[in-house]
Design a protein around this ligand. Structure first.
Ligand SMILES: Nc1ncnc2c1ncn2[C@@H]1O[C@H](COP(=O)(O)OP(=O)(O)OP(=O)(O)O)[C@@H](O)[C@H]1O
Length: 120
């Protein structure tokens, strides 16, 4: 498969997750808000890198979670199964871990300059 075709399929996977996953929309709004806030502060390249990494981590986790949910639904064909539950719950847990890490990175990077802005 050509590179452009692979790129287009990967992009359609991202759009599909954005359209169908409510949490993906929440992550997008949070990422836009964090970027807008960060742009008003005087951040170093390393601080920007940490923020971009945190956002990428959450989007990646949500995309992998979407893939796992679809694969589990396909494999279980609508049947309830404890293994299907474990797979989906562990996958959702991974997103939660990444989101918590992203919030902590956000606090570490944006907290001090925001605090200085509000107290001076
Ligand atoms: N096939 C399944 N067997 C057992 N538990 C499941 C299965 N599918 C989903 N679950 C449980 O339901 C939770 C939510 O799953 P999901 O977001 O896919 O929604 P759903 O239960 O399939 O229902 P709906 O698609 O109507 O929202 C999972 O984290 C898991 O705990």
């Amino acid at each position: 498969m050509g590179f452009m075709r692979s790129l287009s399929l990967a992009w359609s996977g991202i759009l599909h997750a954005l359209r169908t996953e409510r949490h993906m929309k929440v992550h997008l709004v949070a990422a836009v808000a964090m970027t807008a806030l960060a742009a008003t502060l005087d951040l170093s390249s390393l601080e920007w890198a940490a923020l971009v990494f945190a956002m990428g981590l959450v989007f990646t986790a949500e995309l992998v979670n979407t893939a796992i949910e679809r694969a589990v639904d396909l494999a279980s064909s609508g049947e309830r199964h404890p293994l299907a539950k474990q797979a989906k719950d562990a996958s959702a847990g991974a997103v939660l871990v990444c989101a918590v890490v992203a919030v902590i990175i956000g606090f570490i990077v944006l907290g001090p300059p925001l605090w200085r802005l509000l107290t001076t």
